[in-house]
Design a protein around this ligand. Structure first.
Ligand code: GLA
Length: 404
């Protein structure tokens, strides 16, 4: 994880002082945040996504105990629940824990308490899926301690369902799936219709940077659900003429023009975004998979044009933009060494993703931030991200010497 991770053993010993549990049995689990390189608002339309897990993650050190008791080292909120999660109290982020316990209970996990401390380096509210990292880290721990096994994508679905219930956002599977399935050094190409994945290596000449616009995604939940509804409306209108179609993504580029004739203007915009965005995911995956040791001018141009088209589509067709993220993307795209920029995740504020030549990454960041501050008066903060692996247990931690 970026930065020196805190040793959670001291905090766990202090937190678990009143609880009956054996600290020698402590186990450490982690799950990463994510950045989406390409493919937004496609996952819930049976489409393609290409996210990467990032080296900012949520960790939980925990021991089996009678109840579920958790503390975070970073944010306020408490959890004190029965082992099945159905009785007790939660505040703030604890609602996600209660949500996960409830869904796991419905899937047959036997009630098993745990006492633990959590810390996270995933920035909250910036569109880097801090909630998915929390959900997946906790669900991984809760399953492991109860000896309950789920297929990776089933675990992702448990976490997605909990998110939907707790946050009221009818999100797709992308964030939770990548937090589980990601592999170091790669982006995960996920077909959300078949749930098939393949890992696309991110070449060493390419750096991935998340830049936060400093704008809260305040409307994200309601606008997100509205877009989802619009997509469902578009699907049922198309199905009246093409009954064999099961998701918008099945329409494909070859039938896009025909399908649009069955829609009004608004729904045509939404459909056009989904279909063209799926195509851009494949284009990007192909460019990255070529494995060239250095990009030539044509490859650089290709990347810029894929990213420019995605940004335009998100803003004009899907109307998920925000003046500040639009500005940030515009500034980034003008920088020497920048090979693409677009908003990432749900939109309506939050972060943008910038792909840059690795030899230029450190220099572009301060220049972008300075020009953005001059243009908007807002501070942009950047994270240069290394593509990380999905959720895992970190073993051997209890045998290491404690820092003095
Ligand atoms: C949020 C959701 C995802 C996905 C993106 C947009 O991050 O949680 O499921 O729909 O928005 O691509």
């Amino acid at each position: 994880m970026s930065g020196e991770p805190a040793d959670l053993r001291g905090p766990l010993e202090a937190f678990a002082a009143d609880v009956e549990c054996n600290l020698a049995e402590a186990r450490l689990f982690r799950a990463p945040g994510r950045i989406n390189l390409m493919g937004d608002h496609t996952d819930y339309n049976g489409g393609l996504v290409l996210p990467a897990a990032i080296d900012y993650e949520t960790r939980i050190l925990c021991v089996p105990s009678e109840r579920v008791k958790l503390e975070s080292l970073d944010v306020e909120g408490t959890v004190d629940l029965s082992a099945a999660g159905d009785e007790g109290c939660v505040e703030g982020w604890g609602r996600y824990i209660a949500g996960i316990l409830k869904v796991l209970d419905e899937r047959g996990r036997k009630p098993q308490g745990l006492t633990g401390v959590i810390d996270s380096s995933v920035p909250v509210g910036r569109g880097l899926s801090s909630s998915a990292a929390l959900e997946v880290a906790f669900a991984t721990a809760a399953c492991a301690l109860a000896g309950f096994e789920l297929e990776p994508l089933e675990l992702a679905e448990v976490c997605r369902e909990a998110e939907e219930r707790v946050a009221g956002v009818q999100c797709g599977i992308m964030d939770q799936a990548v937090a589980i399935l990601a592999e170091e050094g790669t982006a995960t190409l996920l077909d959300c219709a078949t749930l098939k994945t393949s890992q696309i290596p991110i070449p060493p000449w390419l750096s991935v940077i998340a830049i936060d616009s400093g704008v809260e995604r305040s409307l994200a939940g309601s606008s997100y659900n509205r877009r989802r509804r619009e997509c469902e409306e578009a699907l049922s209108a198309v199905q009246s003429y093409l009954p064999e179609i099961r998701t918008l993504s099945e329409i494909g580029e070859d039938r896009l023009d025909e399908a649009i004739t069955y829609l009004d203007e608004l729904h045509a915009h939404r459909l056009r975004h989904v279909i063209t965005e799926n195509a851009r995911v494949l284009e990007l995956a192909l460019v990255l998979s070529r494995g060239a040791p250095e990009p030539d001018a044509a490859t650089e141009e290709e990347l810029r044009s894929i990213y420019a088209a995605s940004q335009a589509s998100l803003v004009d067709e899907y109307e998920a933009g925000h003046p500040n993220t639009n500005k940030l993307v515009e500034i980034a795209m003008e920088m020497e060494g920048c090979l693409g920029a677009r908003q990432t995740g749900a939109g309506w504020g939050g972060s943008i993703v910038v792909i840059a030549r690795s030899d230029a990454a450190r220099d572009v960041v301060p220049s972008i931030a300075e020009r953005y501050l001059n243009a908007t008066g807002k501070t942009a903060s950047a994270l240069i991200c290394a593509p990380a692996g999905g959720a895992s247990e970190i073993t051997g931690i209890m045998n290491q010497p404690k820092p003095t």
